[in-house]
Design a protein around this ligand. Structure first.
Ligand SMILES: C[S@@+](CC[C@H](N)C(=O)[O-])C[C@H]1O[C@@H](n2cnc3c(N)ncnc32)[C@H](O)[C@@H]1O
Length: 275
């Protein structure tokens, strides 16, 4: 069964303002730190599944005057990314509407390719990696960073909030996504015949008063919105009663002095073979 929370087939997160605010908090430093040491001025880099372009802007800075090409299947995200690039005067950032499994670039076009939180959502991991590999130069670098849902947490949990993570995983699976992609990525890169695979893991942590208010708003206005809870109930990933319990637990959580949330990611850098 497929649950479409967004209008884009297989993309669970949707494009609501609340969720986009989460992506706008990202930066190349905070969400592509494992890649930055490999970048230098003049490289040509692909950001596949670039979304609203917050990470792309930092990548463009790191490689200027080299070209940063951002690609997203959703036109609205490409428009937002173009606006971010204009506002930040990133003249070397170019954005395209395209699917990662069918990229509009010739073979061997890029020195490096980066994807953040995209392989989680693309049903056919092998097709996506094969296509990104095609557009990389021999010896080019692939970078990715993907969520590990089961290692992410909201504390304290009140014996309830873990259910919201489980519900999120169920929705991703229902959309043919991969909630633990951050753990699985090394195996996929081996299968796709990348070399010199270097994996690491990290958390994005939320604990300041501003972070707690932000996560609470995201939970209430995005994750517990009628659009998502109705889909979860319809799919059997939750019930009305459980959604109400989760809502009440988040109300307690935001007032708790020890409130802490962390999202776990697996990261990888790998090389396309020279021959
Ligand atoms: C979770 S967002 C991440 C955006 C950005 N990389 C970031 O981390 O801020 C995933 C993005 O991937 C895009 N996407 C999903 N499936 C795609 C596909 N098959 N090809 C290209 N982009 C895709 C979505 O439209 C969305 O903008």
């Amino acid at each position: 069964m497929t649950v479409l929370v967004s209008g884009t087939p297989d993309y669970t997160m949707g494009f609501s303002e609340e969720y986009l605010q989460a992506l706008r908090r990202f930066s190349a430093e905070s969400h592509a730190g494992h890649l930055l040491p490999y970048l230098r001025p003049g490289l040509r880099v692909l950001d596949f599944g670039c979304g609203p372009g917050a990470i792309s802007a930092g990548l463009a800075t790191a490689i200027a005057p080299g070209e940063l090409h951002g690609v997203d299947v959703e036109e609205s995200q490409v428009a937002l990314a173009r606006a971010v690039a204009r506002a930040g005067k990133h003249a070397n950032a170019i954005f395209h509407v395209a699917d990662v499994t069918d990229l509009p670039f010739e073979d061997g076009f890029f020195d490096a390719a980066h994807g953040h939180s995209i392989l989680t959502h693309v049903p056919d991991t092998h097709a996506a990696l094969a296509e990104v590999k095609r557009v990389l130069k021999p010896g080019g670098i692939l970078s990715c960073r993907e969520m590990i849902c089961e290692s992410s947490f909201t504390y304290p949990d009140f014996g309830v909030i873990r259910n919201s993570w489980d519900m999120f995983e169920d929705l991703l699976v229902a959309d043919d996504g991969h909630p633990q992609m951050g753990k699985e990525i090394k195996g996929h890169l081996v299968q796709a015949e990348f070399e010199n695979i270097r994996v690491s893991a990290s958390f994005s942590a939320y604990s300041t008063p501003e972070d707690i208010a932000f996560i609470y708003g995201l939970a209430n206005q995005w994750f517990l919105s009628p659009e998502i809870t109705e889909a979860a109930i319809k799919y059997g990933a939750s019930t009305e009663e459980l959604c109400n319990d989760i809502r009440a637990s988040y109300d307690k959580w935001k007032r708790h002095p020890g409130a802490f949330c962390a999202i776990a990611y697996g990261e990888a850098i790998a090389d396309k073979p020279l021959y």
